[in-house]
Write a protein that binds this ligand. Structure first.
Ligand code: PGA
Length: 319
């Protein structure tokens, strides 16, 4: 069989997703390019690997066998890559770091410092929401992930490294600004801009209100923290966001933190990798760097209102 590693990789992705479109998206290829690779692969194998029934595609018997083998080959290739990266040390390693959209506000500063300290490490930096990060971990597409607490069942190694307070933000002219210890119940009268399904911030907010037995009104769903902040600023509604996303807006008073009872919702940021993953020297250096230095990159320039402190009395931000 005269097949190439590239064909194998494309085949594996199509077989995993059972979709040419999704495989193309994930591999940053056009759909015709994916179809061409699969056609050439099938020609080289001499058997059809997919069959189409209606709109869906399925693996043929040969396809299933090759899919099983292609996964083993990819794992071995990846192991070879890890060994090579390990041998390169921090002098020339490569690293894929993926972070939650909420984390990237400080992670980018952290990355700049890391790269200054290890100038030869080449970092591929990806930003997406919690759901996207869990997919990336599942598909082994990231060496290290910075995110909210991952689920227990994911076969992951996760270590908290910093507090992540979620705060209620409002435009500076809002009627609740300046009040202290606003009863949670008053939020019923407000409308909120919510992050999209799949966002960790969103699920924490939903969990929090469900635990408190309170229903809030979401007027609009927005899929970035940036859109929420701007929406709050122009008076579209209130927002509940990580303190780490609004440092700039607080300094310039484009938005204000409301002093609401039971806030902030105190979460934590975690550094995560797959449990079977053999981290390269560059990966280990990055983990160590995050553990030791992350707090330096959070500038909580405006203190939280007095009442908005963690129960232990420690400042709600880990800055
Ligand atoms: P986000 O944050 O998905 O809301 O951006 C990630 C997380 O909280 O896990």
């Amino acid at each position: 069989m005269n097949i190439t590693l590239r064909q194998l990789k494309v085949f594996e992705r199509v077989a995993r997703r059972l979709s040419f479109t999704r495989a193309a998206e994930e591999l940053y290829l056009t759909q015709p390019a994916v179809s061409m690779q699969i056609k050439q692969f099938e020609e080289a194998v001499g058997l059809p690997l997919f069959e189409r029934l209606g709109k869906k595609i399925y693996l043929t018997r040969a396809g299933e066998e090759l899919y099983r083998l292609s996964r083993t080959i990819s794992q071995q290739l990846e192991e070879a890559e890890q060994i090579v990266e390990e041998l390169k040390g921090t002098d020339a390693g490569r690293l894929v770091v993926a972070v939650a959209s909420t984390v990237h506000y400080f992670a980018i500063r952290l990355l700049a410092d890391f790269c200054a300290r290890y100038p030869k490490v080449r970092v591929n930096f990806k930003v997406t929401n919690r759901k996207g990060l869990l997919h990336m971990l599942d598909d082994n597409e990231a060496d290290i992930v910075l995110m909210g607490q991952p689920p227990d069942e994911g076969d992951l190694v996760a270590e908290p490294f910093m507090d992540n307070p979620l705060v209620v933000i409002a435009p500076p002219h809002h009627s609740l600004v300046g009040r202290t210890a606003i009863p949670l119940d008053e939020l019923r009268r407000e409308i909120f801009l919510m992050r999209e399904q799949g966002s960790g911030t969103r699920s924490s907010v939903e969990r929090f209100f469900a635990e408190k037995g309170l229903t809030i009104t979401a007027s609009m769903e927005m899929n970035t923290n940036g859109a929420i902040k701007q929406g709050v600023e122009v008076g579209l509604g209130l927002g509940i966001v990580s303190l780490h996303t609004v440092e700039l807006e607080l300094t310039t008073r484009r938005v204000v933190i409301l002093d609401v009872e039971s806030f902030p919702i105190m979460r934590q940021w975690y550094i995560v990798h797959r449990s079977g993953k053999r981290l390269s020297a560059a990966g280990r250096a990055f983990e160590q760097f995050v553990r030791e230095e992350a707090g330096r990159f959070v500038r909580t320039v405006v203190p939280l209102p007095d009442a908005v402190e963690s129960p232990a009395g420690a400042p709600a931000s880990a800055a």
